[in-house]
Design a protein around this ligand. Structure first.
Ligand code: IPM
Ligand code: MG
Length: 355
């Protein structure tokens, strides 16, 4: 298991260090794990003037999987767009062909009252948002800012999906649904956008190959509403890049603890990049209080999806459950009566619970 580790910016270094401890335990048990570190985002820009330098690109192409902390920081907000940390993220996704982005929103029983929604609405919630990650208006050309004939300036982007892009993400969606609650909801804006009309046409065709999956369509504005009205109606949601960006943030907050949510971005061969759903949190960076559990759970996803070691994934997830049951909480998930711990203490507790 050759793993490229990209701590990134902000709290990235702190949380990745805890996830690396978990990998260290597995290596100690004889698993052939090899970690190689490189930079991405602001840290990479500072060191080499490029948020996705060539050395990093080489390393991630040679690796079987990538573990990423987070990228971004206030100090980079005024850089030209191509130099910003987020561009490093978009480029690594494109370069590795990571078209399938899995973002689970799971409510842990121990944290059910952390949500801003009534706890009965979210207790037991377990949904998977599958976001297409390398197409859509994120990458469509042409785009830019141009001057019209009348002298006025105009900004523009292009939303587009080709049939093959829709087909491959659709298949991933149905496959995931088959392994879970066997329900797939495709989200689009087919009442307005041609791209969405075509998306709906293609995915409906793919659906014929999966008669055992209960398949439905939903318009994105309705989906945004349904997610906060009755989120448990969903099992797997499949959607395009921009809608998935927005809905996955919404879904993460249903759990009330974005510090708990991992994500996986996979290519066609299940090689993947694994990262927490949350950002680099520059406001708490360096204080040792960030929650490392989302990054540790990202390692679990890596074991499950890239290395087909569901057994190890379950062990890591079990260890995380166990530290929650022990009452350990970082500040972001702290509740009255629990034991407040820092990043390192939390990581150590997971290592201990791994047994
Ligand atoms: C995400 C983020 C990124 C995205 C940004 C940082 C480019 O919001 O991973 O959801 O829009 O994809
Ligand atoms: Mg986002």
């Amino acid at each position: 298991m050759k793993i490229a580790v990209l701590p990134g910016d902000g709290i990235g270094t702190e949380i990745v260090a805890e996830a690396a401890k978990v990998l260290g335990v597995l290596r100690g048990e004889g698993l052939a794990i090899e970690l190689e570190y490189a930079q991405l985002g602001g840290a990479a820009y500072d060191a080499s003037g490029d948020p996705f330098p060539e050395v990093t690109e080489k390393l991630v192409h040679q690796a079987d999987a990538v573990l990423l902390g987070a990228v971004g920081g206030y100090q980079y907000d005024t850089l030209p767009r191509a130099m910003r940390p987020e561009q490093g993220l978009l480029r690594i996704r494109k370069s590795l062909g990571l078209f399938a982005n899995l973002r689970p929103a799971v409510v842990y029983p121990e944290l059910a009252n952390a949500s801003s929604l009534k706890s009965e609405l979210v207790a037991g919630l377990d949904i998977m948002i599958l976001r297409e990650l390398t197409g859509d208006i994120y990458f469509g050309q042409p785009r830019g800012i141009r001057t019209l004939d009348n002298g006025e300036q105009q900004g523009f982007d292009t939303m587009m999906y080709s049939e093959s892009e829709i087909r491959r993400i659709a298949h991933v969606g149905f496959q995931i649904a088959l392994k879970r609650g066997k329900k797939l909801c495709s989200v689009d804006k087919a009442n307005v956008l041609d791209t969405s009309m075509f998306w709906r046409e293609v995915i409906t065709e793919v659906a014929k190959e999966y008669p055992m999956v209960e398949f439905s369509h939903m318009l994105v504005d309705n989906a945004a509403m349904q997610l906060v009205r009755a989120p448990k109606q969903f099992d797997v949601i499949v959607t395009g890049n921009i809608f998935g960006d927005i809905l996955s943030d919404e879904a993460s907050m249903l759990t009330g603890s974005i510090g708990m949510l991992p994500s996986a971005s996979l290519d066609a061969n299940n090689k993947g990049l694994f990262e927490p759903c949350h950002g680099s949190a520059p406001d708490i960076a360096g204080k040792g209080i960030a929650n490392p559990l989302a990054t540790i759970l990202s390692v679990a996803m890596m074991m499950r999806y890239t290395f087909a070691r569901g057994d190890l994934a379950q062990r890591i997830e079990g260890a995380v459950r166990s530290v929650l049951q022990q009452g350990l909480r970082t500040g972001d998930i702290y509740q009255e009566g629990m034991k407040r711990v820092g990043t390192v203490e939390m990581g150590d507790a997971v290592v201990k619970a791994l047994g």
